[in-house]
Every structure is written in structure tokens, then in C-alpha cells.
Design a protein around this ligand. Structure first.
Ligand SMILES: Cc1cc2nc3c(=O)[nH]c(=O)nc-3n(C[C@H](O)[C@H](O)[C@H](O)COP(=O)(O)OP(=O)(O)OC[C@H]3O[C@@H](n4cnc5c(N)ncnc54)[C@H](O)[C@@H]3O)c2cc1C
Length: 316
């Protein structure tokens, strides 16, 4: 981009790309500056289920989730498939408030629930195959005129020298850029196995440090179910074996499935996402980071509000 951009977006994960698209499609000249390409972000490691919307209606996360669900249901996008699945919890009577609003909601009878689960209900939600989806978002951003340059900024002031508006979508790296003490790494392993024939997903409520999640994406299945405050991204074979065993106890077809990938991502943990604007010298800096384990789910809602703040309009 030779012309001075209207907005510099920092980051090309799901948050930076969605926000960049909203801005570029709204007519702004957008430059994305990123430390790593989309395929090497935390976003590429998400599982990734969108919904259910269990936050109270007055929590901003409720409206953000609703907006993402609206966008994903309205516009077919590569990597996104609406699938039937089961949400479950070990204790009985643990159906969360608002669960019955989820599309496809149906409590499962005693003989339909996996062994060891006192609560389980069927739902129908979008699952996102993140590498495919991020490649689509990148192409859509470029089609809307957005430019992408792979070079990290050293500070928000450096970014502010590039354009009158900066949107900070740097995920966990926002810790270094802003000094935000609330932002912390939450380690999450991701195991990818060859799909033995599953088409339904399964997600155990993450009420403990470990749980089971099974997300089929065509020829492969993404398994997960661990969170720990740590910035260690070294894959741990014992942790992977534990996840495989927990998932196979629910879906026996997964026992012995060929492991294709074992990686570890760091969720950008924060009590709540930070979506707000601040003045920095002559520039407007809009923050959009700290989405913890829900960045995909909140992406289009936060993109809408961050873009509105960047363009000087009040968020919806
Ligand atoms: C195992 C696992 C499973 C998950 N499952 C789900 C799920 O099912 N549903 C869901 O909604 N979420 C899920 N998440 C959470 C989700 O992945 C995150 O919330 C989301 O990826 C955060 O996106 P982001 O764009 O803010 O950050 P990131 O994807 O980390 O992107 C940050 C970007 O900032 C760039 N950057 C960093 N520093 C600089 C700098 N100085 N200058 C310029 N650019 C910079 C990086 O290169 C990167 O492009 C999961 C996460 C993990 C680890």
C-alpha cells in the first residue's frame, strides 16, 4: 500500500482479519501489520465451536456471540459447517441457563447420554475448520482492498505513526504492547486424528482443568480438553494420551485413530475481552483482544463493535 492507510490493524488471527474485513468492506483503506501469517496464529489452533450463547442478555458477550452466529448462518463460508452434536456435563441437573435457546436444543434421555454424564443435550452449531477459514478471511480482506504486511510493530506508538487509527488485535501479545496485567496465557493442547467416520461433535462442559472435546471436520477430527495457566507450548505425550483416552471413552471409534498432529496453543486469557478505544497522542487506538477460549465465537460481534469505534460510530 503506497497511499497512507486510514487504519492499521495489528494481527492476522481471527480477530484481526474479521475486524480488517469489516473496516475494508466499509470503505476504509486498511493495512494489516502482523508478526506471523494467519496459519501460524493461535487462531489456527482453535477447535472451533461457535456457540452456544449462554451469557446473560446484558453481558456484551451475548450480543457478540449472537452477531457471529448471525453472520455464519447468513453467509456460507469455506471451513464453516453447521453440525449436530452433544453438549454434556458430568453432574446431573447441570443444564446452563439459556441453553434451551440454542438451535436444535433437545435434552438427551438417560439411554442416549454417554456413560458418566448426568447432563447432556443435543444442539446444532457451526464448527469451523480454522486453517481453511483463516485462508478464506485473508482472501476476502485482500479482495476488499486490504493490504497485509508481515512485520511486527515494536509498540503502539510505532503503529500510530502509520495511520490515524490503530486497531490492536494482537491476542496474547497485547500484554507486551499495552502492559495489561489481566492478560495471561492459558495453555491448550490440540490433537488431530484421522476421522474414523464421525459426523457429530461432542463437547464436555469445561468445568475442570480437563474435559473432552471431539470436533469432526471431514477427513480429520480435532480433539482437545485441557486448560492450564502456562506459557509452555511443548507438546506433552502424556497429556495427549489422556485426551485420546477421554475422547475414546465417549466415541470408541477414536481408539487407535491415527494421530496426524499434536500442537499446543495459548489462549489469550482475560476476565473479559477488551473492546474499547483510547486516545494516544494524535491517534485513536481501538483495542480488540483478550478473547480467551472464545475468540472465534466472539469474532464477528467484536469486529463489528471495534470497526464502529475505529470509524467514530458508537458500537451497536
Ligand atoms: C486448543 C484451543 C482450542 C480453542 N477452541 C476454541 C473454540 O472452540 N471456539 C472459540 O471461539 N475459540 C477457541 N479457542 C480460542 C481462540 O483460538 C482464541 O480466542 C483466538 O484465536 C484469539 O484470536 P486473536 O486473533 O485475538 O489472537 P491470535 O490468533 O493469537 O492472533 C494474534 C495476531 O497478532 C499478531 N501479533 C502479535 N504481536 C504483534 C505485533 N507486535 N505486531 C503485529 N502483529 C502482532 C500475531 O502474529 C497474530 O497474527 C481455542 C484456543 C485453543 C488454544
Amino acid at each position: 500500500m503506497t497511499v497512507r492507510p486510514d487504519v492499521v490493524v495489528l494481527g492476522s488471527g481471527v480477530i484481526g482479519l474479521s475486524t480488517g474485513i469489516r473496516l475494508a468492506e466499509g470503505g476504509a483503506r486498511v493495512l494489516v501489520r502482523t508478526a506471523a501469517p494467519p496459519a501460524r496464529t493461535t487462531s489456527a489452533l482453535a477447535s472451533a465451536m461457535v456457540g452456544p450463547n449462554l451469557s446473560p442478555p446484558d453481558d456484551p458477550q451475548h450480543a457478540w456471540t449472537d452477531e457471529t452466529l448471525r453472520v455464519l448462518r447468513a453467509e456460507p463460508m469455506p471451513g464453516v459447517a453447521v453440525r449436530d452434536g452433544t453438549l454434556a456435563a458430568r453432574p446431573a441437573g447441570a443444564t446452563p441457563p439459556f441453553a434451551e435457546r440454542t438451535p436444535g436444543f433437545r435434552p438427551l434421555a438417560d439411554d442416549e447420554r454417554p456413560a458418566g454424564f448426568g447432563t447432556a443435550f443435543a444442539v446444532r452449531l457451526p464448527l469451523v475448520d480454522m486453517p481453511v477459514y483463516l485462508a478464506y478471511l485473508l482472501g476476502r480482506l485482500r479482495e476488499a482492498g486490504g493490504a497485509v504486511r508481515e512485520e511486527p510493530v515494536g509498540s503502539l506508538d510505532e503503529a500510530a505513526a502509520l495511520a490515524p487509527v490503530v486497531v490492536n488485535c494482537t491476542g496474547l501479545a497485547a500484554r507486551a504492547l499495552t502492559g495489561d496485567p489481566d492478560l495471561h496465557p492459558v495453555r491448550g493442547p490440540r490433537i488431530v486424528v484421522r476421522n474414523p467416520g464421525l459426523d457429530r461433535f461432542f463437547m464436555e462442559a469445561p468445568m475442570a482443568p480437563t474435559w473432552a472435546s471431539i470436533f469432526p471436520h471431514g477427513d480429520h477430527v480435532v480433539l482437545g480438553g485441557a486448560q492450564r495457566r502456562s506459557d509452555d507450548t511443548t507438546p506433552d505425550p502424556a497429556e495427549a494420551a489422556d485426551i485420546l483416552a477421554r475422547c475414546a471413552a465417549i466415541e470408541p471409534a477414536l481408539a487407535g485413530a491415527e494421530v496426524l498432529e499434536h500442537t499446543v496453543g495459548l489462549r489469550p486469557g482475560r476476565a473479559a475481552p477488551r473492546v474499547e478505544a483510547e486516545r494516544r497522542g494524535g491517534a485513536l487506538v481501538v483495542h480488540n483482544y483478550g478473547h480467551a477460549g472464545n475468540g472465534v465465537m466472539l469474532s464477528w460481534g467484536c469486529a463489528r463493535d471495534a470497526a464502529a469505534l475505529a470509524l467514530g460510530a458508537p458500537p451497536a
